[in-house]
Design a protein around this ligand. Sequence first.
Ligand SMILES: NC(=O)c1ccc[n+]([C@@H]2O[C@H](COP(=O)([O-])OP(=O)(O)OC[C@H]3O[C@@H](n4cnc5c(N)ncnc54)[C@H](OP(=O)(O)O)[C@@H]3O)[C@@H](O)[C@H]2O)c1
Length: 466
Amino acid sequence: MRLFCVSGVRPPPSRTFLRKRNFPMEPSRNWVAEPVRIALLGCGTVGEGVVRLIRRNAAMFERKIGAPLVLAGVADRSLKPDPSLGLDAKLITRDSAALVMRDDIDIVVELFGGHEPARTLILKALAAGKDVVTANKALLAEYGDEIFRAAGKVQRAVGFEASVGGGVPIMRTLREALAGDRHRAVYGIVNGTCNSILTMMTEHGSEFAQALAQAQRDGLAEADPTLDIEGHDAAHKLCLLVTLAFGVRLKPAQVYTEGISQITLADINYARELGFTIKLLAIAKDDGGIEARVHPTMIPSHHLLTGVSGAFNAIYVHSEALGPSMYYGQGAGQMPTATAVMADILEIARHRLAGARGGAHPLGYPATMVDRARVKPMDDVLCEYYLRFMARDRPGVLGSIASILGRNGISIASVIQQGRGVETTVPVIMRTHEARERNLKRALAAIRRLRVVQGAPAFIRIEERL
Ligand SMILES: NC(=O)c1ccc[n+]([C@@H]2O[C@H](COP(=O)([O-])OP(=O)(O)OC[C@H]3O[C@@H](n4cnc5c(N)ncnc54)[C@H](OP(=O)(O)O)[C@@H]3O)[C@@H](O)[C@H]2O)c1
């Protein structure tokens, strides 16, 4: 670490000089380390938040790391200098590749989003000896293996706290605070859009389409909400949670993914009658093989996760020695996400100033120790189920359905049958005991062929003992 004198009166004493005279090795208040210089790629929602934090808290950050933190350049194709942001127009460039390669840059903060050019720029930055911070879960879920191995090879750090749970510090918690324990299961409410929609359906009695339109008006859902409502965003985040929790890697294509677009208000109301609430959960379990699945899930209405509403996120972790613990907070948004990015920048800056390379292993394991996950096929997963059939209101219907379920090894825990009327179709609601997914699918296919059953049966997995 090079030192320079703030007052500029005389050069600092060397470390050898200080050591020989038993002086403390840390610089005094008058002597600060050289600035840590940051390049920001992308000044949209999150990038702007990072700029605001650097400006607002510059003095505090300098005290925290013992050196000034300097924003040395910003690459963005559509950024107009905003006076309220106080960003010097001279810092802004469209040439992100040139910015990344500049000799004076220490940390590259990637907030473009998407796969390219983010992947190429991160790899270039690492090869050039820069550390990297990113919030890009889509990129890390798909190309994390390549990026973390590249970082390991050159002993540079990759911070990615903001990629899961926005402002909720779950990555650092799994990697550091819970490092001494073995984790059995992770349950995450990690998509604010889905959680807001399900909350509106549950609390205000909205149908899915109405709740989605409201979420779009409130800025909680994108104009094209597919990535969120079909569960893909949560699947990206689950890939990272699995690696941090269990030390294995998997790709989004290996995560069983089902969104919330088929959930009806009727399901929400029947769930309530049975004592459950429906949430989109990202679930990972390790019991020999890895279960990795994202789907609407019925959880007991008294469970802590039920209270996580609107755009909030929570990750509930079951650890062997600690037992259950939950991490809760703002899962997205400009300033919450920017705080997570800032925490990574500060941690890396401290490591750089201490002369360390690479920081702690960003995944909690050296990248070379992270094997491919043995993912349990969905057919082998054991769950309890909520089933909804539309059936003709005739004698014997319940018996026909129950006998098909029984032949497939599925026993019924409770039944709700409503409505009475000649030749009308009524909903039949059942809750099953634990059964294998393979058996359930086989039974539902047979039930669908019954002439008294109309349309495709609906089913939702239940996690009663989470
Ligand atoms: N927003 C959140 O609450 C949140 C939470 C957690 C994680 N994240 C992650 O954080 C990252 C950034 O998200 P964001 O919401 O800040 O996105 P955003 O608002 O779209 O900002 C991205 C900025 O980068 C610019 N950009 C993108 N590609 C570029 C390129 N090739 N060259 C130059 N400029 C480029 C965009 O310009 P254009 O507008 O012209 O495209 C935009 O100004 C993403 O990976 C996202 O998944 C976001």
